[in-house]
Design a protein around this ligand. Structure first.
Ligand SMILES: [Fe+2]
Ligand SMILES: [Fe+2]
Length: 379
């Protein structure tokens, strides 16, 4: 069996049929149960500040809490159709695909060739509902994973910091859920690729795997995706909401990088190899999740043809690649790229994202994401 089959369940990382065969079969359930196998660890060493970088992050977190209920302009009127039109105008001069931010989409010979303006409008609206729904589910994943870190990490400074992150994530779930319920027009169930990754992270018995899966991979990607959306968004409430969430997320990714840097420095090649494989699996699962297969199903187009058409546009390819702009430098900083004959470097080369390796890592970048007085006044 090839290593891809072992890790991903398919030999070819780009096998679209195999990717689409994974779908959410449990759409109506209200809860989902996952066995978590890690041991809870008490520490009797209460020396605060034994890890100064984590202590600094903890102190920073304590004074950076915002209130989703009162700090955001919830009285802003949100009209989904106007947002779709505004997005299309940003990509002016093209067909309705501008609504998806795809200015360079040539629809000739694709399932979209004969689409009416109404269909494009519906796609724009469904895409908003889907995107925000997946963010909300991912935030709940972060809430659960970080609560797990409070229990399983052996260092007091990390338990302290993680407890502030639990509060942050509660706020994030809360504000995304409220935005969906009061400003948009429908939820989507969790994407199966995202859920598979969240379950893998929670199930793993090794405490550092929670950090690697959540803080480094999922949150690293979220930080890039939120940044992209923050830049593109013309809707002031969402823009402000994302700005607030990002100021927290940058700390969360820093927490992962600063904690694992110390721990990974002392692992054997065999142990590092397991981490490299896990990082690769997480990267591919997240890439798969962004194909938004559930939207194409709901729009009643042939899912595979639709995805192939969308993925041919340079703008979309660039977006898929940019999602990894935080992950790759952070993996490099953790020493994961080049151990074991550069195994992870070669995988990142194969999926076309290695070019970010020398971009700024997130170990200290969180300072530049901090909220300013101007951010808070504009709320
Ligand atoms: Fe979050
Ligand atoms: Fe987070």
């Amino acid at each position: 069996m090839s290593i891809n089959e072992e890790i991903l369940g398919r030999a070819d990382v780009d096998d679209l049929e195999a990717i689409l065969a994974v779908s959410n079969s449990d759409r109506d359930a209200v809860i989902s149960t996952v066995q978590q196998n890690a041991e809870a660890i008490f520490t009797w060493d209460y020396t605060k500040g034994a890890r100064p970088a984590l202590d600094k992050l903890y102190e920073k977190a304590k004074v950076s809490m915002w209130n989703g209920e009162t700090d955001l302009p919830w009285d802003t009127e949100v009209d989904q159709e106007s947002i779709v039109i505004a997005n299309a105008e940003q990509n002016s001069g093209v067909n309705g695909a501008g609504a998806l931010g795809l200015a360079d989409f040539d629809v000739t010979g694709t399932p979209f060739e004969k689409w009416t303006p109404d269909q494009w409008m519906r796609l724009g609206i469904e895409s908003q509902n889907w995107t925000l729904s997946q963010f909300m589910h991912g935030e709940q994943g972060a809430l659960i994973c970080t609560a797990k870190i409070v229990e399983t990490v052996p260092w007091i400074d990390a338990k302290y910091y993680a407890s502030t992150q639990v509060m942050d994530e509660a706020r994030h779930v809360e504000v995304f859920a409220r935005y969906l319920d009061t400003k948009l027009s429908g939820h989507y169930p969790v994407n199966a690729h995202l859920k598979m990754l969240l379950d893998d992270i929670i199930t793993d018995s090794r405490w550092d795997m929670t950090y690697l899966g959540m803080q480094v991979m999922v949150e690293g990607l979220a930080l890039a995706a939120f940044g992209f959306m923050h830049q593109m968004s013309t809707e002031p409430l969402l823009k402000q909401l994302l700005r607030y969430v990002m100021s927290d997320e940058a700390r969360h990714v820093a927490f992962g990088v600063l904690s694992l840097q110390e721990y990974y420095a002392n692992l054997s090649d065999a142990e590092i190899f397991e981490r490299q494989q896990f990082a690769f699996e997480a990267a591919v699962r997240m890439r798969d999740r962004f194909l938004q297969q559930e939207v194409w199903e709901r729009m009643d187009v042939p899912v595979k043809d639709a995805i192939e058409a969308v993925m041919r546009t340079p703008t979309r390819q660039l977006f898929q690649i940019m999602l990894f702009s935080k992950i790759v430098p952070n993996c490099k900083k953790l020493g994961l790229l080049d151990r074991n004959d550069a195994w992870l470097r070669r995988r990142f080369e194969e999926i076309g994202v290695i070019q970010f390796e020398d971009w700024e890592d997130t170990g200290s970048e969180y300072e530049s994401f901090a909220l300013t007085d101007a951010d808070q006044r504009s709320a």
